[in-house]
Write a new protein. Structure first.
Length: 282
């Protein structure tokens, strides 16, 4: 990491700044007037709750829906947020103006303000006291950052925050915590689950292949034995079919496999039941 003489930028270096941004909207309930049915906060924050974003940002410009008086809101100090009340959903944008030392162009992010349920009465599965939270995580990558800016970014969590995470205490409650360790654990668990599913599917495919082979063999036998097909060899036919039938316990495994593709991922208990039934009836 050597700074160039002329520009004072770090060569072959990238610095990454994680960001969390979005909206939290509360339903104001049936007493609210029709133009102010909910109260929301649009915000930009650091996913690391102890990191001071203002080391890097000089201001954030929020662009609201044009129906708002003063649709452009500039916030020059953290917390970088806008709290308003309104009646509808819209997509806002926020422009991050980096500190001058950064010599970086501004960064624009878009923020959804999702629908807040206001139907009266509300569907039973919707809890009106819970806000609608819509948050995105992103990382801004600065390539060959100015050395001074790079230092500022490093200093972000070496100082206690001198401001609240939001001026709205109710909002802070809904700021999720990003935890790399937990994320890794979740991903490992998901990987394990998928591997298991894959094994199951492969297993069913193998069984289905095997069953197909057996059916083909039975068919060939039947074709080569017209007496059996004519009925005289009913016993034989029965035998062949029973042969198939016995395997059809397995087929139904294959059957279930095919269904699984369309239906739910796994209902092993049910599947075994079906298998058992088939085996009995055949
Ligand atoms: C919709 N397309 O129809 C959207 C527009 C605009 C919301 C939603 C203004 C509040 C006020 C407001 O809430 N605008 O003027 O105080 O859903």
């Amino acid at each position: 990491m050597t700074p160039t003489d002329e520009t004072n930028r770090l060569e072959n270096t990238t610095t990454c700044l994680p960001l969390a941004y979005g909206s939290i909207a509360f339903n104001l309930g049936p007493q609210a007037d029709e133009y102010h049915t909910h109260k929301w906060t649009l915000y930009l924050r650091s996913p690391d709750k102890s990191f001071d974003l203002s080391v890097a940002i000089s201001k954030v410009v929020f662009q609201l829906h044009p129906s708002f008086a003063q649709a452009t809101r500039e916030v020059t100090e953290p917390p970088f947020e806008v709290t308003e009340s309104g009646w509808g959903e819209f997509e806002a944008s926020l422009r991050i103006i980096w500190r001058e030392v950064a010599e970086e162009r501004s960064t624009v992010l878009s923020v959804e303000l999702p629908t807040v349920p206001t139907a009266d009465p509300l569907p039973h599965n919707i809890n009106a006291t819970e806000p609608v939270v819509s948050e995105k995580y992103d990382e801004v990558v600065f390539t060959n950052p100015k050395m001074e800016f790079h230092k500022l970014l490093q200093s972000g969590n070496n100082r206690p925050l001198s401001y609240p995470l939001s001026k709205q205490p109710a909002v802070i409650e809904y700021f999720r915590t990003y935890d790399d360790g937990a994320d890794v654990q979740n991903m490992l668990a998901a990987k394990k689950f998928l591997e298991g599913e894959l094994r199951n599917v492969k297993d069913r495919l193998l069984k289905a292949d095997h069953e197909l082979d057996e059916l083909k063999t039975s068919l060939t036998l039947l074709k080569g034995n017209p007496a059996a097909a004519a009925g005289g060899g009913g016993g034989d036919l029965g035998k062949s079919v029973v042969g198939g039938g016995a395997t059809s316990g397995k087929v139904s495994g294959g059957d279930s496999g095919a269904k699984l593709k369309n239906k739910s991922k796994s209902k092993p208990a049910l599947m075994e039941q079906n298998t058992a039934k088939r085996a009995k009836t055949s």
